[in-house]
Design a protein around this ligand. Sequence first.
Ligand code: GUN
Length: 315
Amino acid sequence: MIAENIGPRARSLEAASLAARIKDEVKTEIEQMVKERGVRPCLAAVRVGEDPASAVYVRNKIRACEEVGIRSEHHALPESTSTAELLELIASLNLRDDVDGILVQLPLPSGIDETAIIEAMDPAKDVDGFHPVNAGKLAMGRPVFVPCTPAGIIELLDDAGVEIRGANACVVGRSQIVGRPMAQLLLQRDATVTICHSRTRDLAAVARTADLLVVAIGRAGLVGRDHIKPGATVIDVGMNKASDADQVRSLFGSEADKRLEVVAKRGYTLVGDVNPAEAAEVAGMLTPVPGGVGLLTVAMLMKNTLKAAKLRRKH
Ligand code: GUN
């Protein structure tokens, strides 16, 4: 974790060095597994359709596999794939003894029954922790596979020395991927947890009570100074695109010129769910976007895939 001042107060919780450290640990264990037992873990990544963001995410996951020594397969299926066809692929991956982890990149195209696909996965290969068996075990306080983004956030908080026990934690967003499992993990670590969502009355008033605020709602810059208790730790899970110059200026303050250069080059800049210029004036710590929790998601996927291989192969 590298800390730097990004505003009058907030420390920036960069995740790059922690993500690299987690991947290094996984790499060392895999080298040992290969040397001692001739076993190399394997992750099957499945992507359906042409969503460009999903393509980037899956490419990053495959590249991380190469870095740590996990064998990977990339199953890229056309937009026209049916639920039945995808179920068939999942069934074949479930049966293959050489496949340790299965990752189906979400969201799937609207014609595919996402719930049926997730439920068809062998829970022992569910390295995303989305299967009801894994979600249920987490909710009971007996986690096996925990969704990668919230698991990475816990690692980041521990690495930064943020006290979770007894903290007032507020999770904004109730998705299966981030919000719900995040709340469960914080509860397990003895935080007092509030979950907010699109129907919460006076979000700012509730969020402002939190020592620890995790925001995962998918709305660019929604959380501003009014939502943040002075000195709070703010974790921004959002990953949105902004291209409007006025919006970029209001979000990035003194950093706006750099971001506008990115917009000129790429057509957009990445923006979290938190307004970083405002948050920097109030928060104690803040994760940047990009460079924050996104890097940890991939690192934790590598860790979960190693865990699946160890549990399945009784290492
Ligand atoms: N889509 C957004 N985040 C994730 C994730 O962590 N795993 C998968 N499979 N899909 C996602």
